[in-house]
Ligand binder design. Structure first.
Ligand SMILES: CC(C)(COP(=O)(O)OP(=O)(O)OC[C@H]1O[C@@H](n2cnc3c(N)ncnc32)[C@H](O)[C@@H]1OP(=O)(O)O)[C@@H](O)C(=O)NCCC(=O)NCCS
Length: 137
């Protein structure tokens, strides 16, 4: 699991500190391979150059954002629930009111997990990319 407490500040840092090196390292998508289809790599590079996509309308209520990915053997044992609880506690201790995430609409297992934990769908969601949020306490 990883995340940031202040997405707006992270976007500023990304553009200022990280994007110049990213541009130099990845001037253009490489040749497509079976492991990295052209669309995926091109999309990743396009997204990398557009950090402002993370400035969602709901940042006042959900300033933090998170990613969580457990290896298959670690799934289904309550670790995801515990990790989310730990992050929410740490954010609440810093005075951060809420945390959000964006996800692939096709990931029905993850959606069931977030629904179970009490995440709600945010108004700026799109059908392909749901945005979910939860208060930290
Ligand atoms: C999604 C993920 C983080 C969930 O973590 P986890 O440790 O497997 O989930 P937990 O065991 O903590 O489950 C917590 C609750 O969610 C429910 N849940 C979890 N996965 C579920 C699923 N696929 N379908 C239905 N319910 C599910 C559990 O039943 C459990 O309910 P309970 O605590 O009330 O009994 C983890 O499975 C994962 O990393 N998956 C692959 C990567 C991924 O999809 N990441 C999310 C990208 S947006």
């Amino acid at each position: 699991m990883l995340g940031v407490a202040d997405t707006a500040a992270f976007v500023d840092w990304w553009r200022r500190e990280w994007l110049p090196g990213f541009d130099t390292r990845h001037p253009a998508p490489g040749a497509p391979t079976a492991a990295a289809p052209a669309y995926t790599e091109a999309q990743l590079l396009a997204d990398g150059r557009r950090p402002e996509r993370m400035r969602i309308a709901e940042l006042d209520a959900y300033p933090a954002h998170l990613h969580i990915d457990l290896l298959p053997e670690a799934q289904g044992h309550g670790l995801g629930r515990r990790l989310i609880a730990t992050l929410r506690e740490a954010l609440a201790a810093r005075g951060v009111p809420g945390v959000h995430l964006s996800m692939d609409a096709a990931n029905v297992g993850a959606r069931a997990f977030y629904d179970r934990l009490g995440f709600v769908e945010l108004p700026s969601s799109t059908p392909d990319a749901p945005l979910l949020g939860i208060a930290t306490e």
